[in-house]
Design a protein around this ligand. Structure first.
Ligand code: SF4
Length: 191
């Protein structure tokens, strides 16, 4: 919920459910509201429907390849920096505060977190092209806006997901488009 206009309230890196009343002065009048975004319709009181996020996740925020039995930890070395980046992105809880904080109701911090989460892990990299294309298409279909670099999402995110994930998402999307096979008619002949 938004508290006094701030998604999740006044404390940085803190969800509403972690917030203590001692964060507010004695006798303060507090205004609480549901998220405001056309893609998150209000169901009742403070409850909004965030199924749009679920549909984006269903479009590709998972690993579909058969990875076999669990690997021994040392059999698949992952550089520490990469592991840290993947885990930072995996901290996203899908709360939607980034959308509520953005004047464009952009979901790019959320979608970027999903892209970044898998990008730095070898198991996730196999499907990177399809994932970037499908997640961006699903995000657009749900009616979320675009990023105009205001960074309100990063400030509101209770998991402190960094805006670098948006740049990574854009880079992955562009890469996937460049690697897309050209339509057959452009190849000439019978293709
Ligand atoms: S990126 Fe942050 S604000 Fe957005 S859904 Fe994930 S945890 Fe919530």
């Amino acid at each position: 919920m938004a508290i006094d206009g701030a998604p999740h309230g006044p404390e940085r890196g803190t969800t509403t459910c972690q917030l203590h009343m001692r964060s507010f002065p004695d006798g303060a009048e507090i205004t609480i509201e549901p998220w405001r975004s056309a893609a998150f319709p209000v169901l009742k009181d403070l409850i909004v429907d965030r199924a749009a996020f679920d549909r984006i996740v269903q479009a590709g925020a998972f690993v579909a390849v058969n990875t076999g039995a669990p690997q021994d930890g040392n059999a698949l070395p992952i550089p520490k920096d990469d592991a840290e980046k993947a885990l930072d992105a995996a901290a996203c809880i899908g709360c939607g505060a980034c959308v509520a904080a953005c004047k464009n109701a952009s979901a790019m911090l959320f979608v970027g977190a999903k892209v970044s989460h898998f990008l730095y892990l070898p198991q996730g990299r196999v499907e990177r092209d399809r994932r970037a294309r499908n997640l961006v298409a699903a995000m657009d279909k749900e009616g979320f806006g675009n990023c105009t670099n205001q960074y309100e999402c990063e400030a509101a995110c209770p998991k402190e997901i960094p805006v670098r994930v948006i740049a990574e998402m854009n880079r992955e999307f562009l890469r996937s488009k460049l690697r897309e096979e050209p339509p057959k008619e452009r190849l000439g002949g019978d293709g």
